[in-house]
Design a protein around this ligand. Structure first.
Ligand code: NAD
Ligand code: UGA
Length: 438
């Protein structure tokens, strides 16, 4: 069993720390955010992630995980320092590496024993070498043995623990094969394929994977838009395509497009890297443009159904970028709300978990206690996030409550025939001819 320090206790750091502790290691999670660490020390989770609190609690009780803001305490006995700090978009779409830099500097300052620095943050190709240089230059006066290993993370929010514990693969990249093998030992009990490669290849695997998944979604959204003009149903098209094992069923759900803390910033960062290195990322540009347009199409639908949206009351169901998380970073719902407000619409919304985050970010947004409050007197309802509780609503009650019964099903969750027979004007995404149902 190993001593592990995790630097950065956000979605990735906290899940990584809790899972490694659960596998029997001794883990210290550190963060510069005092409030976050205080809360964790009181048993309060900083994020909503199914199963996380239980996992953290049981490993705190077992003495395998602890939380601190003190770098010295965190790194004192660490054999592995996992870096899981944020890498947000910079002004030109590049990954902002300031937090990675400060983590590297602190490792150089605090450590004086052999250590393996494992980078879990999503970072541009070449960052592992850059981190290695920072540490080497900074610890000149007290050289210690260290290696840098890239270990990109592939977990999804909402199913993060299962994704960590049952991964499709673990990717490790390093110039030091022994260091990569030591990190591989940490994952052996998960019994999954472990790919050991060089640093830059591992870093590229992460970006290429996210960009490919985003591309699949933009592809099916483009097909959905064609379906609306040609009278086909995109859900069945995706099903029919997915049975081909070369294609597969996953990530072919048409909707309002991809959001979240990673796809948007990672596709942008990869495109930025490409330009920087003199290649033209034309596919990635199209993938991003299709995604932007998916949100605009909601406004077009509503204009078609209601005419001017000025002073119209539009209800939005779901604010998080996907179900089972309270994360609203780059959530499609927020962009739709922004576009509607620009048209003069009065927007109100409800989300099962993301109301706190939304209230902090959008001070003027009218937040309701449940879907029926959202519907009261509304001219239209937009389903933006497919939380389970929105799948089986009392549609007769909604019909009674709404001023005009217009539904925009941005995630293709509802039954169009049933709703139309109840008197709703229903719009899905790519579900047959749109003009027939105006
Ligand atoms: P996050 O914003 O939730 O957490 C980052 C944490 O790092 C914050 O709590 C912040 O206070 C802390 N931090 C910043 N600088 C620090 C420093 N110098 N020392 C200690 N702590 C510091 O971010 P996240 O969503 O966990 O993402 C982290 C990285 O993992 C990103 O590169 C992201 O692209 C990648 N990633 C995220 C996911 C995901 O689902 N969220 C999945 C795979 C990969
Ligand atoms: C994504 C990847 O799936 C993870 O492998 C990766 O580790 C992570 O990004 C990351 O690098 O942070 P995540 O953003 O948590 O995970 O969520 P996804 O399930 O991938 O969904 C992303 C977005 O795509 C959501 O807005 C979702 O609604 C949308 N989506 C997903 C679709 O519109 N259609 C689909 O078929 C699937």
């Amino acid at each position: 069993m190993s001593n592990i320090c995790v630097i950065g206790t956000g979605y990735v750091g906290l899940v990584t720390g809790a899972c490694f502790a659960d596998l029997g290691n001794t883990v210290i999670c550190m963060d510069v955010d005092h409030d976050r660490i205080d809360k964790l020390n009181q048993g309060i989770m900083p994020i909503y992630e199914p199963g996380l609190k239980q996992l953290v609690d049981q490993n705190v009780r077992g003495g395998r995980i602890s939380f601190t803001c003190d770098y010295c305490e965190a790194l004192k006995n660490a054999e592995f320092a996992f870096v899981a700090v944020g890498t947000p978009s910079g002004v030109d779409g590049e990954a902002d590496l300031q937090y990675v830099r400060s983590a590297a500097e602190v490792i150089a300052d605090e450590v004086d024993h052999p250590i393996i620095v494992v980078n879990k943050s999503t970072v541009p190709v070449g960052t592992g070498d850059w981190v290695s240089d920072i540490i080497t230059r900074r610890c000149n006066d007290k050289p210690f043995a260290f290696s840098v290993v890239s270990n990109p993370e592939f977990l999804r929010e909402g199913s993060a623990i299962n994704d960590f514990m049952c991964p499709d693969r673990v990717v490790l990249g390093s110039l030091d094969h022994d260091a990569a093998s030591s990190v591989a030992q940490l994952y052996l009990s998960l019994r999954c394929p472990i790919i050991i490669t060089d640093l830059r290849t591992a870093e590229m695997i992460k970006y290429a994977s996210n960009a490919f998944l985003a591309t699949r979604i933009s592809f099916i959204n483009e097909i959905a838009n064609m379906c609306e003009e040609m009278g086909a149903d995109v859900s069945e098209v995706a099903l029919g395509m997915g049975y081909d094992h070369r294609i597969g069923h996953d990530f072919l759900d048409a909707g309002l497009g991809w959001g979240g803390s990673c796809f948007p910033k990672d596709v942008k960062a990869l495109a930025h890297m490409a330009v920087l290195h003199g290649t033209h990322p034309q596919l990635l540009q199209a993938v991003m443009e299709i995604n932007r347009n998916q949100r605009r199409r909601v406004v077009l639908r509503l204009r078609r159904a209601l005419g001017s949206l000025n002073e119209k009351v539009i209800g939005v169901l779901g604010l998080s970028f996907k179900p089972n998380t309270d994360d609203i970073r780059e959530a499609p719902a927020l962009e739709v709300i922004h576009l509607l407000e620009n048209e003069g619409a009065i927007v109100r919304a409800y989300d099962p978990q993301a109301m706190g985050a939304a209230a902090r970010m959008m001070k003027r947004l009218d937040l309701c206690e449940n879907p029926y409050e959202v519907a009261r007197g509304a001219d239209a309802l937009v389903l933006a996030t497919e939380w389970n509780e929105f799948k089986q609503l009392d549609f007769a009650r909604l019909h009674e409550l709404m001023r005009t019964p217009v539904l925009v099903d941005g995630r293709n969750q509802w039954d169009p025939d049933k709703l139309r027979s109840m008197g709703f004007t229903y719009f899905g995404v790519g579900r047959g001819l749109v003009n027939n149902h105006d």
